[in-house]
Design a protein around this ligand. Structure first.
Ligand code: TYC
Length: 118
């Protein structure tokens, strides 16, 4: 059986056309499909949201372990913002929504946004 290296999709071939002299022409067309635009979900620093709350948010909504979540929180605290995860557009929008709802429910001003990568 013929094998193909992973990651390189086979180039589609148009249906064979038959010439006037009965010759068959197979035309190879290169079709390149771009990978989907990805979005990074960013938390912003503020002076009021407790550090512990931010760590819990990063653990719960971005699937990080406590140590990684703490490192990300400290980076945001020191540098003003930090990336918590990278997702397709719909998932990123959902993450932002979940974080904002959790923050509002707890009465914290934590800001979360998503932005295209690159
Ligand atoms: N700066 C906050 C404090 O000192 C902690 C904090 C960290 C807030 C990260 C928001 O995204 C944030 N309590």
């Amino acid at each position: 059986m013929a094998t193909q290296k992973p990651g390189k999709p086979p180039e589609p071939v148009t249906p064979p056309s038959v010439g006037s002299d009965d010759s068959v022409v197979l035309e190879r067309r290169t079709q390149r499909v771009k990978p989907p635009q990805m979005y990074q979900v960013v938390l912003l620093n503020d002076d009021f949201t407790p550090m512990e709350f931010v760590v819990l948010v990063i653990q719960e909504f971005f699937g990080k372990d406590r140590e990684t979540a703490t490192q990300i929180m400290l980076k945001i605290h020191l540098e003003g913002k930090g990336v918590c995860g990278i997702y397709s557009r719909d998932i990123a929008i959902t993450k932002v929504d979940q974080v904002q709802q959790a923050a509002r429910s707890a009465g914290h001003p934590l800001q979360c946004l998503s932005e295209p990568v690159e």
